[in-house]
Write a protein that binds this ligand. Structure first.
Ligand code: GBH
Length: 474
């Protein structure tokens, strides 16, 4: 046996989990097959003007039909885990009632293939694709949607609980509430501040009730989690106005979730900032906070870029690039007057500032505030303008540099005491990037959409070596 890495290679703890992630609507396609009905993203993407170039997820990366090849690709790359999401309207088309077995079969076959390849399946129950029928009767602003979600969690857990041991309830509930019902750049495209805050509470409640359902249906060894996009908020200057801007955005961007989920209460300052928009006393019923704060085993965090804010002296509402399409409506319900700035660094193709220290600060901050809560980086990655060379290769040195810097930030956070259990690259495949359609490529694997041919980018090979050695190149 030889030691492949020099002693100086910056390495990760033994047992650190290395994976890649996707989401159902972004990769599956087969939108109308085997009994699947429209989700809010089918409706939204088929509404002219909502998604760039009129792109939809009808076909996407055709993962529904090509999952065997995709699992083989993951095995070739040596991935240890695959984070995917379940399409609610594929397995329970009306959002209530009995399951569609053909829909569940897709996930049974996918997880069987993963297990056979030695890859751990990590299932997310909700990555933004609410059954349209549930939106038609009120969607997330309507309390009953949380109960429907708990029933759906029970149904999926009973179908897949014998083969999936790691479960995430929601992916980025901030996006569901604030981009879906606030700025309207995501489905269902509503722009109603009160509905936004109601949606946030009902997403929290849905998570808590689903954790209860998962615990009841799954073996005691199963792990439950939720994935949050915690904004790494920084004031533009050291002045008191910008500190106030950072406090407000931290409240409505982060603590509206971490407060009830991890600490059992909504923060007082958030309730005060938004009291004119919603009657919190009527919205939050007795017993809700106890359900929402049920213990979880792991907190998933997604990180891409920091958020730099200021409070303009003139009080004028700001216009900004929120990275998810232009809207006349701010997603920052109750804090619309705050201005946003790009950090003064290199940008990705999304115009997101590259700042790996933000990931270190995020992880060490959570370790300090919640020392007994294990963490998992459930998404991190970047879009660049990738293209296939005449030789059939995709060189993406910027993505390699991005991943290297962010993985080093994870490694430093662990060295500084953060209990980070694993890392999932976003994304395994190029895919449907929401309101940007197919114009942005986040994959480690290039997808040539006309042929659906997969071409691992240079970053995929680089990542495979990191996974193999459990270390970064020295
Ligand atoms: C993730 O969302 C998604 O989980 C995934 O489906 C998606 O493909 C991937 O990232 C890439 O976009 O919102 O104004 O504060 C990331 C969503 C993008 C939300 C950056 C926060 C920061 C600007 N996040 N955004 S703002």
């Amino acid at each position: 046996e030889t030691t492949a890495q020099p002693a100086s290679a910056p390495s990760f703890p033994a047992g650190f989990v290395w994976g890649a992630a996707t989401a159902a609507y972004q990769v599956e396609g087969a939108a109308a097959e085997d009994g699947r009905t429209p989700s809010i993203w089918d409706t939204f993407s088929h509404t002219p003007g909502k998604v760039r170039n009129g792109d939809t997820g009808d076909i996407a990366a055709d993962h529904y039909h090509r999952y065997r090849d995709d699992v083989a690709l993951m095995k070739d790359l040596g991935l240890q885990a695959y984070r995917f999401s379940v399409s609610w309207s594929r397995v329970q088309p009306t959002g209530r009632g009995p399951a569609v077995e053909r829909g569940l079969d897709f996930y049974r076959h996918l997880t069987d293939a993963l297990l056979e390849a030695g890859i751990t399946p990590v299932a997310t129950l909700y990555h933004w694709d609410l059954p349209q029928e549930l939106e038609d009767v009120g969607g997330w602003p309507h309390r009953d949607t949380a109960h429907r979600f708990a029933d759906y969690a029970d149904l999926v857990a009973r179908a897949l609980g014998d083969r999936v041991g790691m479960w995430t309830t929601l992916n980025e509930p901030w996006c569901s509430a604030f981009l879906g019902y606030g700025s309207g750049v995501h489905a269902p495209g509503r722009t109603d501040p009160a509905a936004t805050l109601r949606a946030a509470h009902h997403l929290n409640l849905a998570h808590g009730q689903a954790v209860g359902a998962l615990r009841a249906a799954l073996p005691s060894t199963a792990q439950t989690s939720v994935t949050l996009n915690l904004h790494q908020v920084r004031p533009l200057t050291d002045g008191p106005e910008d500190a106030e801007a950072a406090r407000r955005i931290d409240a409505v961007g982060n603590r509206i979730f971490t407060g009830p989920l991890l600490d059992g209460a909504y923060p007082e300052d958030l309730l005060a900032d938004t009291a004119h928009l919603v009657d919190w006393d009527a919205l939050v019923r007795d017993g809700d906070l106890a359900e929402i704060s049920r213990p979880i085993d792991v907190l998933g965090v997604n990180y891409y870029s920091p958020t730099v804010v200021s409070l303009p002296a003139d009080g004028a509402a700001s216009t900004r690039n929120d990275g998810h399409g232009a809207s006349d409506h701010s997603p920052w319900t109750g804090s619309e007057h705050i201005a946003f700035h790009l950090a003064n660094t290199e940008l990705t193709a999304m115009n997101w500032a590259i700042d790996a220290d933000g990931l270190h600060t995020l992880l060490t901050g959570l370790a300090a505030s919640h020392p007994r809560l294990p963490l998992m980086v459930t998404e991190n990655g970047a879009a660049f303008d990738d293209y296939v060379s005449p030789e059939g290769r995709v060189a993406d040195p910027q993505r390699i540099a991005y991943l290297h810097a962010h993985l080093d930030a994870v490694r430093r956070a662990i060295a500084d005491g953060a209990d980070v259990r694993g890392y999932f690259l976003w994304s395994l495949l190029d895919n449907f990037e929401w309101s940007y359609g197919y114009s942005k490529r986040f994959g480690a694997v290039y997808v040539d959409y006309p042929t659906q041919r997969r071409i691992p980018k240079a970053s995929a090979h680089w990542y495979a070596e990191v996974v193999r050695s459990n270390a970064l190149p020295a």
